[in-house]
Design a protein around this ligand. Sequence first.
Ligand code: PMP
Length: 286
Amino acid sequence: MSRTVYVNGAYVPEEEARVSVFDRGFLFADGVYEVTSVLDGKLLDFHGHAARLERSLRELDMASPVTMDELLAIHRELVERNGVTEGMVYLQITRGAAADRDFVFPDPDKTPSTLVLFTQSKGLIDSAAARTGIRVISIDDIRWGRRDIKTVQLLYPSMGKMMAKKAGADDAWMVEDGVVTEGTSNNAYIVKGNKIITRHLGTEILHGITRAAVLKFARESQMEIEERPFTIEEAKAADEAFVTSASTFVTPVVAIDGVSLGDGTPGAVARRLREIYIDESRKAAI
Ligand code: PMP
């Protein structure tokens, strides 16, 4: 059975889901997005994702075609219609389709934003990556300077995943000015002694919704946290490492640039945080 997709106010079969070739998301990557995970048919941290979406829109002077309450209703309707018990909801808002291709932003009164949502069913809890851990390589971070805005400009992260694949690894950590910013689609952490170290927030990284939740749970569990830059050399010498994202939760990193961390298996801190994150988010899911 075909999936139901939401496009600009309508629930349509995926074969009929269309946006214009003049859409600025297509022509200029002039769009923002969010990915919200689903467990037991419920949304994880919807309000965190909605708040970040509103911020992304504000930073880009982009109008939202719906309120956040309406957005919640659309998420729920899609999850229901597609029978998603485990997986995610992808949402994208672009600055719409203006009459002609023009770098200048169109008048929002004449060009409404485009809103698209679709679901993907996928096992999130039981993943090979969580069981064995992932191997990352380091690559230069050559992205633009406003990585705190969740835009659809994902070409370089996509290239980073391909560089990792070619190198026989699973993902890449990006390095700028000698320090790690984040993973291609996740936030990066190392553990040394009893300290969890992760880059501080700023315009250089995406403010992960999972990052915020995991750091909160870690603090509540009396773990020590340092939000500061770290180098790849420091990471290679760490006891363990992990990444976080909405769709992968907490995933252990077992090797960096071919150097195994600890005994080369998922570390205890990453395993524990994954468990706490899944338990707590599941309890709070809506
Ligand atoms: N950093 C980047 C570059 C990402 O693409 C993502 C995932 N969208 C994250 C971090 C993690 O963010 P979240 O926990 O909100 O999924």
